[in-house]
Design a protein around this ligand. Structure first.
Ligand SMILES: Nc1ncnc2c1ncn2[C@@H]1O[C@H](COP(=O)(O)OP(=O)(O)OP(=O)(O)O)[C@@H](O)[C@H]1O
Ligand SMILES: [Mg+2]
Length: 254
């Protein structure tokens, strides 16, 4: 058992002899937002996949919703994947379904809800994520930013306890990135859901994070609040921050 909502205890994971996660430990408390940063290929997506049991550690333990899921069966993990949902890096929407059908998809198996209740939930989520005007469209007709918003709405559909976001603001222009960041910030303030956000966008991290995990060469180089990250002396952390600071923060209200 763990008092934290998510906890990694000394997790190691290799692929074909390549050590990706090397003794990784961190935790996320209930209602908090943890931002995972680090360079491309460092193991951020791999970390998220451990939280949902899509990957299991070679050694160490992964605890989710307070329970040690490391040795759980696929059947037990189904329950975790209902309580914790993921907004994938690619969006992973169904191209042949409309936006409304995509958002409502996780509700299809909910026999405790009527069709009217399901429809009302879809409408409510679409309003919240500002995608009401595209409910009848299909994903290939939408911009990447709009697809992201739809993917977030779908991840919220079954009212999960926690949401994992993999790079929610990449591959869009800075204004759209800021817009998506603000949506996630609003959700955080409104619902206080436990969240893990993978990003290399330091503006987003500063806005959202209760804690930062910075991965470097497989290890946790920093775990703690933003303020400590900002003043961390390690040259590779300073470099990482500096690169992102070159992109000016946009004021979309101007
Ligand atoms: N299923 C897998 N089989 C083999 N290698 C894998 C697998 N999943 C990830 N890897 C390797 O693990 C390393 C970390 O991958 P990961 O996708 O977590 O990186 P990332 O930090 O999310 O990078 P990016 O910022 O580019 O998304 C990479 O070297 C990748 O090739
Ligand atoms: Mg990734």
């Amino acid at each position: 058992m763990s008092d934290h909502y998510i906890e990694f205890r000394n997790v190691c994971k290799s692929f074909d002899g390549n050590l990706v996660l090397d003794d990784v430990s961190f935790h996320v408390d209930r209602g908090e937002t943890c931002v995972i940063m680090g360079r491309s290929g460092v193991g951020k997506s791999v970390t998220l996949k451990h939280i949902l049991g899509f990957l299991a550690p070679d050694s160490g333990r992964v605890l989710v919703a307070g329970e040690d899921i490391t040795d759980w069966t696929e059947e037990q993990l189904t329950e975790i994947r209902r309580r914790v949902t993921m907004v994938f890096q690619s969006g992973a929407l169904f191209d042949s379904l409309t936006v409304a059908e995509n958002i409502g998809f996780p509700l299809e198996t909910h026999e405790d809800m009527t069709e009217e209740q399901k429809e009302a939930r879809v409408v409510e989520l679409a309003e919240m994520l500002e995608v009401s005007d595209v409910l009848d469209r299909v994903p290939p007709e939408l911009s990447t930013g709009t697809k992201r918003a739809v993917a977030i709405a779908r991840a919220l559909a079954q009212d999960p306890e926690a949401i994992l976001f993999d790079e929610p603001t990449t591959m869009v222009d800075p204004i759209m990135a800021d817009h998506t960041g603000n949506l996630i910030l609003r959700l955080k303030k409104k619902f206080h859901k436990t969240s893990v956000v993978v990003t290399h966008d330091t503006h987003l991290a500063k806005k959202l994070a209760d804690s930062i995990v910075f991965l470097h060469e497989g290890r946790v180089a920093y775990f703690g609040p933003w303020a400590g990250f900002e003043s961390a002396p390690e040259p590779f952390i300073q470099n990482f921050r500096r690169q992102d600071e070159l992109i000016p923060e946009l004021d979309v209200t101007a």
